[in-house]
Design a protein around this ligand. Structure first.
Ligand SMILES: [Ca+2]
Length: 55
């Protein structure tokens, strides 16, 4: 299992692009967009992403 990484597109920062990707895949389980690595993409991932937000 990969390490938790809210920078889902690996751009070097957590920003609106990551938020859009995670939002698009809510309810599914693509590992790349599972920010907290619990096996599903949901609002918990958005919370993790928000906590790491770098505007
Ligand atoms: Ca998750």
């Amino acid at each position: 299992m990969p390490a938790a990484n809210p920078d889902v597109n690996e751009s070097g920062k957590v920003d609106i692009v990551d938020m859009m990707l995670v939002t698009r895949f809510i309810g599914r389980s693509p590992v790349n967009y599972d920010a907290n690595c619990d096996g599903i993409v949901n609002t918990l991932d958005l919370i993790q992403l928000a906590n790491a937000w770098q505007p």
